[in-house]
Design a protein around this ligand. Structure first.
Ligand code: SF4
Ligand code: SF4
Length: 168
């Protein structure tokens, strides 16, 4: 779209601003009869006209298997790819040689919600979440450990698919 510049001419003599004021008030008054575009948050959170995009990237969730164990196999890819360096992983191994995270933490304060960890995870274990209400009173509470990540229940992001840019 071409951008045009509109040059406003200043009046050369003194003028009354009454007309402009009345025009502004008429415009404001007209809005009283238009459909509302705001909602009364937090009482009202979503409706048919507004809901959070499935591609929204919020705080993380670790998916679990049927036994309730984290699906993570401590491959180390997500801390490797994380540009904010906010994933801490200490891998462990059981007697049968299965790897699992001895320690897995995400500092949600440092996270930039790029979604790389979700994209790279071979087990589809770690996901960015589709929610936004995660205020805390203490900074330390933003470091999510494995137990907390597994306990999250919010929907997870589908990320951005170039073949489906609108996420339909
Ligand atoms: S979303 Fe990005 S910045 Fe956040 S933990 Fe994952 S890889 Fe790191
Ligand atoms: S990429 Fe997935 S499996 Fe690998 S360490 Fe991260 S969460 Fe675990």
């Amino acid at each position: 779209m071409a951008i045009t510049v509109k040059i406003m001419k200043r009046p050369e003599r003194e003028v009354s601003y009454l007309r402009a004021t009345l025009k502004g008030m008429a415009l404001t008054f007209a809005h009283l009869f238009r459909d509302r575009v705001t909602m009364q948050y937090p009482e009202q959170k979503s409706d048919d006209d507004w809901h959070i995009s499935s591609r929204w990237r919020g705080t993380h969730r670790m998916l679990t298997d049927e036994q309730g164990r984290a699906k993570c196999v401590a491959c180390g890819l997500c801390p490797q790819v994380c540009p904010a360096n906010c994933i801490k992983l200490v891998p462990g191994e059981d007697e049968e040689g299965h790897r699992y995270p001895l320690l897995y933490e995400i500092d949600e304060f440092r996270c930039i919600f790029c979604g790389y960890c979700q994209e790279v995870c071979p087990e589809e274990a770690i996901h960015v979440g589709v929610h936004y209400e995660n205020a805390e009173y203490e900074r330390e509470r933003f470091v999510y450990d494995l137990e907390r990540l597994c306990a999250q229940t919010h929907p997870v992001s589908t990320l951005w698919d170039p073949s489906d840019p609108k996420g339909q």
